[in-house]
Design a protein around this ligand. Structure first.
Ligand code: SAH
Length: 269
């Protein structure tokens, strides 16, 4: 069984995962990234920080595939809300991903990756369905226990919702309402914007590796976007990512509200 690649763009998210892998971890340093090889919740994993932006994410993804021969990739991280119904604290699982800043027109249609003939890269349906189920179960059963009411209120996270749809990526941090409106007008089905997911998607498409992407909404991509990222990462996004990935890796069936691995623990491996 090949290892699963677990990828995040920001340090706060992988530090805890690496800690949970325990002492039996091999660290491989390649191209200024540390790849942590070990076992997480019973599954062989390679955990790595992509760093921020599409080039950084693409380079890391190629290394995961070529050097570590991972069989599938799951990418977690933060994103700014674009669709009106998406709020801070919500979780978005990608149905497909697009690079909103790629434009080689008139040679190729806007958003199309030249020579690939593709602008929207679909995430793997089965992996994404499992991630959706784990996120739904996490938000219903674990979230209110793990993030205390006071913390939820400080960070403005009340009743987190789960969405699935288009995630758009570009090499810009979006923090103005005009830009959000421009993105909404151009790509009306975009749920959220971030800086890496579509690059991971393109590389996985080129290598035929199944992948899924999950984003926690950290801001509204407008002039309030300069939230305290480190507090949000530490107190919400990291907790979500761990809780959801735990269910994902253990293959916890949705009925198990207590999070105990049940008989079918290996069913998804
Ligand atoms: N102030 C932060 C900036 C992080 S960049 C710092 O100094 O560390 C934002 C990260 O979160 C990127 O990895 C990106 O994928 C995601 N992200 C969150 N909100 C975003 C937004 N509004 N626009 C673009 N990317 C966003």
């Amino acid at each position: 069984m090949k290892a699963i690649g677990i990828v995040a763009a920001m340090h706060g998210e992988i530090a805890g995962l690496v800690h949970e892998m325990g002492t039996d971890v091999q660290v491989h340093r390649i191209g200024q990234r540390d790849y942590y090889m070990g076992t997480l919740h019973g599954r062989s994993c390679v955990v790595v920080l992509t760093r921020i932006g599409k080039v950084a994410a693409a380079a890391t993804t190629v290394t995961l595939i070529r050097e570590f021969n991972v069989g599938e990739i799951v990418f977690t991280g933060l994103a700014g809300a674009v669709a009106p119904g998406v709020r801070v604290g919500d979780v978005v699982v990608a149905h497909s991903l697009l690079q909103h800043d790629i434009d080689a027109s008139p040679l190729f249609p806007q958003y199309e990756v030249p020579l690939l003939g593709c602008s929207r890269f679909p995430a793997d349906a089965a992996l994404s369905a499992r991630l959706m189920q784990c996120a739904r179960d996490y938000l219903e059963h674990d979230f209110y226990r793990q993030v205390p009411a006071q913390q939820r209120s400080t960070l403005g996270v009340h009743t987190p919702a789960l969405h699935q749809g288009l995630i758009i990526s570009g090499d810009q941090f979006v923090d103005c309402p005009q830009e959000v409106q421009r993105l909404r007008d151009a790509l009306p089905d975009a749920l959220c914007v971030e800086m890496e997911g579509a690059a991971v998607a393109q590389i996985c498409h080129e290598y035929g590796v199944p992948f899924a992407v999950m984003r926690t909404i950290s801001d509204s991509a407008d002039d309030t976007a300069c939230v305290d990222f480190s507090a949000f990462l530490e107190q919400v996004a990291r907790v979500y990512a761990h809780g959801i990935l735990r269910r994902f890796l253990l293959g916890i069936p949705s009925a198990d509200a207590n999070g105990h691995p049940a008989v079918s623990r290996t069913a998804h491996r």
